[in-house]
Structure formats: structure tokens, C-alpha cells
Design a protein around this ligand. Structure first.
Ligand code: ADP
Ligand code: ZN
Ligand code: ZN
Length: 749
């Protein structure tokens, strides 16, 4: 390419971000008479295609020859341009995560805005019962109009928007139309919320003062201190809100949000990728019935997502509740960010732009000079360490907020030498029986779906392996299939051993289906519900199950981590945990940190509403410090042990890491590429620690070989400096038949 610069008289040059895997912006000219602003979406010719891009900057000169530079075809002015602030955030992400700027910018836009179809900003409508609807005798609505009944019942609790109605039933739009026609339901424009009343302070009667702020509790002294610390902060401040489950973190969020709404600010509330956003959305909406709240998550259709995004951008939406992707929402009046369950791994995106929404949120708060609150019962070690060292301010809640709520008793059942009934101990069975007779709910937690993790031949020891992966095929007895949970491969359960012909094949280990059928056999009268990815695959299934649990139509729940997070089942008093031991001795150094968080979370499900809860953990290592800390509800003790281990081993949070991953069909090519990458890194002779090339935790997956190379450094800045010179060297290596990627601050190995 020529390095000579051409100046094009009277033809301004603009640099455009395009979603292509190249780390540059692309130069175009703008014809006279056309105005284009930074942040606007534009349509440009690219190769033989046309592409949507975002105008990033103006330039006075270009390296392109005059005859090669092409004009912008069209400037889209259907929506306001992206703000400089948002573009700056995206530039930071592109730079820090070493992902092409164009791909970064475009991936932050809702799909609708990435297409060249103009988007119309719709007026957001809210639906409510009309006066005749409120007076309606429900028997006038035919019983078979189930969805109409559902909608009317929901509207009795408060007004709903389109997305929430659709969450009730896929046929909600039709039913709604009928209800509007009948005059029982009316729609209204969602206008900006009026300024709210001042917050009730500790000791005051909360509900007397505030009509907007439904059901506010008078805060405990600890809660009030936390609220004050955040509201009194001017400018940027990062707070770690560490409080056990039920200690009233959500209540603090609500008070903080109320204060921000009152001052006219917008709030970004990030939550993990959990299937309960409609429930959460309804919760916050019920707390702020007059504030315009939108949600942003992958469960929304493209249209709804674009509309919600636009409402945030226009400043109309005051509260944005979303999963990790919502961290890039334009928020002109952003005044507070909350990251709930900040330790949750789902804040990390595992492909494309591999960002941590929590870390990006912290950068954003700093850029914007506002407060950010990271909430958790079991903070990530990174955040905990930052709170210890004073980079974050620690806010602690040490007690459960509701007077009656006690912490559950946690006990271990030693499974060494124990006789187990399909993996379940006699003690646990006895405890389950007792709950059955007292009419309370139990939860049996096991982090493995299917019937058994593997099928084995009793004669020759053959194991059901996947032909495409290094993993084993999981036995799913319900449909008599063996399934790979890594690549999706499935086959019929063989009648005899494929290796020796022996007909006696035995399931080894336990999964949710096996526990379910064993319990059903043992307690034929019990109503047992299995909740895992298989049983909740159909749309709306999980929602219906949750309702069943709440309506007390279930005695024993058997489930995976889907059940651990954020649900409040008031009648649940017993949690049994099967098989947590694998994580204690895993090669993943974060496995035991995750296990503790998960155990604490499941334990938090027991005994929330005044009934004392009990947690029984089956383990062969009851004296392990992890279980000791769980029994004593002592996160700090556990975190101290982990931090000491990590410091001794030289792992995060004491170092910063980058993982180079490669995969391909040819094993030798994968390893050659990584070895060359390693050599290039070593030759740079920079102060970073370079590990050897090793196979990935799952070394073969879907017929591809996976391997990786870890580089780490005590200084984030030095690691970034290293990456800035190393990355272009990687780009220059031959890698036609491979896929490779850099993962900054990786969580999975
Ligand atoms: P967390 O988010 O920490 O799990 P929540 O905010 O959901 O805790 O509070 C747990 C329970 O305690 C909820 O039922 C909530 O209504 C109640 N609660 C919270 N704060 C108070 C308070 N100050 N006084 C009485 N009850 C409270
Ligand atoms: Zn065999
Ligand atoms: Zn497989």
C-alpha cells in the first residue's frame, strides 16, 4: 500500500466502522450537500456488497488513491447518532479486548440498527384495566378464553407493556386486541415519570411518604449506611455490596434507584443471564410503577430490543434492566450502575468480543463519573481483593433483613463408605420423608442433567465415548439415547457392548433423571418436578413450573444450577446437594470458588420466609475448608484461604492473564500455530510470564482439536503493552485452517 497521502479538495473523508474482521476503519468520501455526523449509521459499498457502518471520525487525508475511494451511499437519520461517550467506551473495549473496532461497534448495536431498513421509533404503550374492566364480572368472559383471563388477572396487579404481555402467552396480542375492543383494557402512552418524593430514612414510616415507591421497607442500620455511602458519593465510586442472601441487597438497590430517579438520572441494572428476566422485570416495575423501565436481553425479539434501546437512548426509559449486552446501551442521563450477582460468570461473553460486562460497567462508571454498586453474597475473588486493597469500597450486610428469616443450618453427610440409593444417602432420604409428611418443599441439587454421565460395559470396561469429542456420552433414559453435551451428537442406547458384545451395560454415576426416578420409586406419593435444560426446553415451560412451585403443587424439586439462582420459594425448607466433590480437585483453579458461590446460593434458597432451612451436602470430604466455611456461613474465611492459595500459586487476582486459544481439524497445525505464537512472544523479551502450549480442558470437541497458551503478568498495563506488539505478530502467522482468539481476563480454561 502506498504511504503517500492524498488530499481530496472539497471531498471530505470519513472513517467508517464496519463489521469485518480487520482492525481498521475504512475511508469513504461524502458527496457535496450530504451531512454526516460522528456516530451516525451509513450505508457504504464494500467489495461487491453494501454494508451498514458507523461513522467514527472525519479525516482530512487518506492513504487511498483518489480513484479507489468510494462515496458513502446513504446516511441514515432515522435514529440519533451514537454519542461520543458511547463510541469512546467501544473504542476502549476494542483496544482492551483486542477485538477489531468495527466489529466491536457493530456488535453493540441491536440487530435492527445493523440492517439498512429504517427503524421507526414507536411510542411505547402501557396497558391497564379500564373502569369497566375493573368492574368486570369475570364470569362474563368465557372460561375457554384462557389468555384473556390471564391478561385480566395480570392487569389487576398493575399496568403492563407489550413485552410483558407477550411473556404471559404467545397469543397475548390477539387476546389483547379482543380485550381492547370490548373496552375492558385501555392503552396509554408511557410518558416520562414525574419527579419522585424524597426517600424515607431509617426510623421513618416508609410507606407514608412515598406513593411511587411501592412497599418500601424501613431500612436496617446496615442498609441505611450502605445507601448513604453511595448517595453521598460525588463522581465515580465503585462499591462492593457484600451481603448474604436475604440480607436486603435488592432493597438497597431499590432505595438507590429511587434516589437517582428523584434527581432525574437514568439507572443501568445488570443481572446475570438467567431465565427469569420477566419475573425480575415485573418485580422492579411493581416497585416503580410510574417509572419507565425497559429490559434488554437476548430473549427479546429484534423489534422489541431495538425499541427498548431507542427509548434508553432518548432518555425516556429511566431504568434499563438487562443482561451483559445491556452494558452498551446509550444512556444520556446515566447516574448509577448496579451489577447484581457480580461474581456470575455469565457477565463474561465467551465469543466474539470477549468482554466482561462487569468490568466494562466499571470503566463506564469511571468514564461517566458516577457510582457503581457490585452486589453479591459471594463476591468474585477479584472484587473481594479490590475491596480489601481499598480500590473498591466495601459495604457489608451481615444479617438477614426480614426479622424472622434465619440462616439455614448447613451439614455435611459423609459419603465415604456410605451405602447410597442411586447416589442418595439414607440421611437425606429421611430428611426428604420428613418434609413430605410436614408438607414442606425440598430441593435436590445435582449439577448433571440426563440419567447418568456415562454407560459402562461390566465385562470389558467399555465406556460410552463421543466419536467427535474427548468427552463421554451421557445416558438419557427417557428417550433411550446417548447424548454428547459438548457437540450435540446423539445415538440410540446400544443393546450390547459395541466392543465385546456383552449385554450387561450399566449406567455409572448419577444425573437429574436418575435422581428423579429413584425418588419417585422411593416416594410414590410425592409430586416430583425435575428442572434442568431438558425439561425446560419448550418456551414457557420454566415459567409454568415456577408457578407450580409457588402454588405448592410440588413436593420435591430435582434440578441443576437453574434452580440455584435468584428464586424465592417460600415453602422450601430442605436442600440436598449431591456430588459436589469434582470441583474440589479440578484442574480449573476457579472451580472451588465457583462451587462455594453455587453452594451458598442453593443454600440461600432454604428457609426464606420464617421457616428455618436445612442444607445437607453429601461429600466424601466433609472437613474440606470449603464446607467448613459454608457450615459457618463464613465467606471471608474461605476467601482468605483462596486468596492465600492464589497468591502462592501466582494466579489472579494477583496477576492478569490472557489466553490464546486455537482450534482446527489438524492437530499438528493447531500446535504449530501455538508454538510459533509462543516463540514470537518469548522473542519479544518483555516482562510477562509465558506458559507452555497445552491441550484445552476439552482437547477434542466436534472433531476439532483445541489447545491454548497462557500469558500472564502482575501489571495490567504491562500485559497490554505486550499484547499491542504480540497481537500483530499473531495476525501475521499463517493460520488458514485454524480459528484462534485472544481472551483477555479469561474465566474458562
Ligand atoms: P437480597 O437481595 O440480599 O437477597 P432482599 O432485598 O431480596 O435480599 O431481601 C430479602 C427479604 O427481606 C425480602 O423479602 C425483603 O422484602 C425483606 N427486606 C429487605 N429489607 C428489609 C427491611 N429493611 N426490613 C424488613 N424486611 C426487609
Ligand atoms: Zn464390553
Ligand atoms: Zn461430542
Amino acid at each position: 500500500m502506498s504511504t503517500q497521502f492524498y488530499c481530496l479538495k472539497n471531498m471530505p473523508i470519513v472513517r467508517i466502522a464496519l463489521d469485518v474482521p480487520l482492525p481498521t476503519l475504512f475511508d469513504y468520501t461524502v458527496a457535496e450537500g450530504i451531512a454526516v455526523a460522528v456516530g451516525q449509521r451509513v450505508l457504504v459499498p464494500f467489495g461487491r456488497k453494501q454494508m451498514m457502518g458507523v461513522m467514527m471520525e472525519c479525516a482530512v487525508e487518506t492513504e487511498l488513491a483518489a480513484e479507489r475511494i468510494k462515496p458513502v451511499l446513504h446516511v441514515l437519520d432515522d435514529v440519533p447518532p451514537l454519542s461520543e461517550e458511547l463510541l469512546k467506551l467501544l473504542r476502549f473495549c476494542s483496544d482492551y479486548y483486542h477485538h477489531p473496532l468495527g466489529a466491536t461497534v457493530l456488535s453493540a448495536l441491536p440487530a435492527r440498527l445493523r440492517s439498512s431498513q429504517p427503524v421507526a421509533v414507536k411510542e411505547a404503550l402501557l396497558y391497564a384495566l379500564s373502569s369497566s374492566g375493573r368492574a368486570l364480572d369475570m364470569s362474563l368472559v368465557p372460561r375457554r378464553k384462557v389468555v384473556q383471563h390471564l391478561i385480566l388477572a395480570a392487569l389487576q396487579q398493575g399496568s403492563l407493556n407489550n413485552a410483558q404481555l407477550r411473556a404471559l402467552s404467545p397469543s397475548a396480542p390477539t387476546a389483547l386486541k379482543a380485550l381492547l375492543q370490548a373496552g375492558w383494557v385501555e392503552s396509554m402512552a408511557h410518558t416520562r415519570s414525574p419527579l419522585l418524593n424524597p426517600l424515607p430514612r431509617a426510623g421513618e414510616d416508609a410507606n407514608a411518604k412515598s406513593h411511587i415507591f411501592n412497599g418500601a421497607h424501613t431500612l436496617t442500620a446496615e442498609q441505611q449506611q450502605a445507601v448513604d455511602a453511595v448517595t453521598q458519593t460525588n463522581g465515580y465510586g465503585c462499591f462492593l455490596l457484600h451481603g448474604i442472601t436475604g440480607s436486603g441487597k435488592t432493597e438497597i438497590y431499590v432505595h438507590l434507584m429511587h434516589e437517582v430517579l428523584r434527581r432525574g438520572g437514568q439507572i443501568l441494572l445488570l443481572v446475570p443471564e438467567i431465565n427469569l428476566t420477566p419475573q425480575l422485570e415485573n418485580y422492579f416495575r411493581s416497585r416503580f410503577p410510574e417509572a419507565d423501565l425497559v429490559s434488554l436481553h437476548s430473549g427479546l425479539n429484534d423489534g422489541a430490543r431495538a425499541q427498548n434501546w431507542l427509548r434508553a437512548q432518548s432518555g425516556q426509559a429511566r431504568i434499563v434492566l438487562g443482561t451483559r449486552l445491556a452494558v452498551f446501551t446509550p444512556l444520556p442521563q446515566l447516574a448509577l450502575i448496579i451489577v447484581d450477582e457480580e461474581h456470575d460468570a455469565s457477565f463474561k461473553q465467551q465469543d466474539g468480543l470477549r468482554y466482561s460486562a462487569r468490568d466494562v460497567a466499571i470503566f463506564r462508571a469511571n468514564q461517566r463519573k458516577v457510582a457503581i454498586v457490585l452486589g453479591s453474597a459471594t463476591p468474585s475473588l477479584e472484587s473481594y481483593y479490590n475491596a480489601q486493597s481499598g480500590r473498591y469500597r466495601l459495604l457489608k450486610l451481615t444479617q438477614r433483613a426480614a426479622a424472622l428469616a434465619q440462616l439455614p443450618t448447613v451439614r455435611c453427610i459423609n459419603t465415604e463408605n456410605a451405602v447410597l440409593y442411586h447416589g442418595i444417602s439414607e440421611q437425606l432420604l429421611a430428611a426428604l420423608e420428613q418434609r413430605l409428611s410436614s408438607g414442606e418443599q425440598s430441593l435436590v441439587f445435582i449439577n448433571r442433567r440426563g440419567y447418568a454421565p456415562v454407560l459402562m460395559c461390566t465385562a470389558c470396561g467399555w465406556l460410552s465415548g463421543c466419536s467427535n469429542c474427548a468427552g463421554k456420552l451421557v445416558l438419557h433414559l427417557k428417550d433411550r439415547r446417548l447424548r454428547c453435551h459438548h457437540c450435540g451428537h446423539q445415538e440410540r442406547v446400544p443393546h450390547a457392548c459395541p466392543s465385546c458384545g456383552n449385554a450387561d451395560l450399566q449406567p455409572v454415576g448419577i444425573g437429574t433423571q436418575r435422581v428423579e426416578s429413584a425418588l419417585q420409586e422411593r416416594f410414590p406419593q410425592a409430586r416430583i418436578l425435575r428442572v434442568d435444560r431438558d425439561s425446560t426446553r419448550n418456551k414457557g415451560a420454566w415459567q409454568a413450573m415456577r408457578q407450580q412451585i409457588h402454588d405448592d403443587e410440588v413436593d420435591i424439586l430435582v434440578g441443576t444450577q437453574m434452580l440455584a439462582k435468584g428464586h424465592d420459594f417460600p415453602n422450601l425448607t430442605l436442600v440436598g446437594v449431591l456430588n459436589p466433590d469434582g470441583a474440589l480437585y479440578s484442574s480449573d483453579f476457579r472451580a472451588s470458588e465457583k462451587l462455594f458461590a453455587q453452594m451458598a446460593q442453593v443454600a440461600g434458597r432454604a428457609g426464606r420466609a420464617g421457616k428455618p432451612g436445612e442444607v445437607l451436602i453429601q461429600t466424601a470430604f466433609p472437613d474440606h475448608p470449603l464446607f467448613r466455611a459454608l457450615r459457618e456461613h463464613d465467606y471471608d474465611a474461605w476467601a482468605k484461604i483462596l486468596l492465600a492459595e492464589r497468591e502462592a500459586a501466582g494466579f489472579p487476582p494477583f496477576v492478569y492473564q490472557v489466553l490464546l486459544r486455537a482450534e482446527g481439524k489438524q492437530e499438528s497445525e493447531v500446535y504449530n500455530f501455538l508454538q510459533r505464537s509462543r516463540k514470537a512472544a518469548v522473542e519479544l523479551a518483555l516482562p510477562v510470564e509465558i506458559y507452555g502450549v497445552v491441550p484445552a480442558a476439552m482437547p477434542r470437541r466436534a472433531n476439532h482439536f483445541l489447545a491454548q497458551l497462557l500469558v500472564q503478568c502482575e501489571s495490567r498495563k504491562l500485559l497490554q503493552q505486550f499484547l499491542r506488539v504480540w497481537h500483530p505478530l499473531l495476525d501475521a502467522l499463517p493460520a488458514q485452517k485454524l480459528r484462534w482468539s485472544l481472551d483477555i481476563d479469561p474465566l474458562e480454561f
